[in-house]
Design a protein around this ligand. Structure first.
Ligand code: EPZ
Length: 434
């Protein structure tokens, strides 16, 4: 059983380099099978979700050449378009992004049979908007046997109104529409940086997509894609996680390889809490010395405050000198970390599924906690680094899905943390660091 063991109390100080955006790379890798040319993609994060996706595309016949941990060359040329195009295995069923193969394979081959998506238990996470978009383009969609089956004689561009601002549905429908006949308009589109990154990637292969990053995306379908070389944007959420870790541990961290504009909602909130945030071209610096001030957060689609940063910010707000409030408007089950942080001495209460009230406390006490999902796990690690005493965070498979070398990067910042596999290793860490 893998765990993080942490001895808290050391402010995080130094520099950290941010990797490629996981939630951008997942859509882009799936889209790469849409060309019979070669896609040379770098700045990939080397995390388990990415590796699961690459294995799945090899299973349907794509050529995947791993040049290094952060670089791959993919071609869909070797996929048998007359084959079944079934994307299903025990690993792909556990990740959310499996659904991107539907948009990619439907766009190019006009069919796909993909396992229903898994992912963190932060809510029901329906896919009705994905299906709405595929059906609008002319596909027949059937869900049976734990699979989504989509088939189309042809795809015809349409004017599609999304009922919900959905990152996944926007990217997925954009992919299918990119190779449909005629023009598609997606209204009420998601505007996240990784939606723009996916559109830029598709355009680099020869797609004709305009307006990504706004509410209205216009797509002129094309018949074929060509080669491309592409670099994934930096991970806004990994960067925000380290920004919040600096604030929570009263540290001073320079976070390199970021796009500061993508971090503005996080920078603003940390400054409201009394941290100093300095921005340069591709770096931000977060310095916090005194006790943080309380604040309020309401999660919203980009450019609002990102839901994927909500647990990490709660870990900081729980140490502020007052009462903070979080309103989670995107997911209905994103407070799973509350009980675990309260085990460490936090005083957080939830009111229904969308509101948490945080009474700031002086400090955390180390405790044994369990990571309930990816970002909640990151929040618990941050709290452990600020806590008095030892904390073990177990069930860290979720964290490993979204953060590359998380413990190494934190150790390089002075954090006293180790990934252990047995009780003996945990004990040895504690003996070594007493
Ligand atoms: C992506 O999930 C991210 N995951 C999530 O990050 C992120 O929290 C989310 O976008 C919002 O930014 C990946 O990119 C792999 P949505 P996604 O569709 O696409 C509802 C992380 O920690 N909805 O934007 O699944 C949905 O229930 C993960 O890295 C529908 O109702 O999110 C939610 O309430 C967690 N019908 C809201 O929309 C649909 O068809 C936003 O979901 C689709 C979504």
């Amino acid at each position: 059983m893998k765990q993080y063991v942490i001895k808290g109390g050391t402010p995080l100080v130094g520099e950290v380099v941010i990797g490629g955006a996981k939630n951008s790379a997942l859509g882009i890798l799936a889209a790469a099978v849409m060309t019979d040319g070669e896609c040379h993609i770098d700045n990939l994060p080397n995390v388990s979700d990415i590796n699961v996706l690459l294995q799945a595309m090899e299973q349907i016949g794509a050529t995947v050449d791993r040049i290094g941990p952060h670089e791959v060359v993919i071609s869909g040329k070797t996929i048998d378009g007359d084959g079944d195009l079934i994307v299903d295995n025990e690993f792909i069923r556990k990740i959310r992004a499996s659904y991107y193969f539907i948009g990619a394979l439907l766009g190019k081959y006009k069919k796909a049979h993909v396992a229903l998506p898994g992912g963190c238990a932060i809510g029901a996470r329906p896919i009705d908007q994905h299906i709405k978009g595929f059906e609008a383009l002319g596909a027949t969609v059937e869900i049976s046997g734990g699979m989504i089956h989509v088939v189309a004689e042809e795809l015809i561009g349409k004017h599609i109104f999304m009922d919900v601002v959905s990152v996944g549905a926007t990217i997925n429908v954009m992919m299918a529409a990119a190779m449909a006949k005629g023009n598609t308009i997606i209204e009420n589109a998601a505007k996240e940086p990784h939606v723009v990154d996916a559109a830029n990637f598709l355009n680099s292969m020869g797609a004709n997509i305009k307006g990504a990053g706004t509410d209205v995306i216009r797509i002129k379908g094309v018949e074929k894609f060509h080669n491309t070389t592409y670099s994934i944007i930096p991970d806004q959420i990994e960067a925000g996680t380290f920004m919040t870790a600096a604030a929570t541990t009263k540290g001073d961290i320079i976070i390199r390889n970021v796009i500061p504009r993508h971090l503005e909602p996080i920078s603003q909130k940390l400054q409201e809490m009394g941290a100093v945030v300095e921005s340069a071209d591709d770096a931000v610096r977060v310095i916090a010395s005194g006790r943080l001030k309380p604040t309020q957060i309401k999660t919203l689609p980009y450019p609002g405050f990102p839901t994927d940063m909500q647990p990490q910010m709660a870990a900081a707000m729980a140490l502020s000198d007052g009462t903070s409030v979080i309103r989670e408007t995107i997911f209905e089950n994103r407070f799973l970390y509350v009980d675990e942080l309260n085990k460490m001495g936090a005083q957080i209460t939830t009111e229904g599924t969308q509101k948490a009230v945080i009474q700031g406390v002086e400090g955390y006490k180390g405790a044994d906690v369990v990571a309930p999902d990816l970002r909640a796990g990151a929040a618990l690690v941050i709290a452990g680094l600020a806590a008095d005493g030892y904390t073990t965070v177990s069930d860290i498979k979720y964290i490993l899905r979204g953060y590359e070398q998380f413990d190494e990067k934190l150790r390089n910042l002075g954090g006293c943390i180790e990934l252990v596999e047995t009780e003996e290793e945990a004990e040895a860490f504690k003996q070594r660091t007493r």
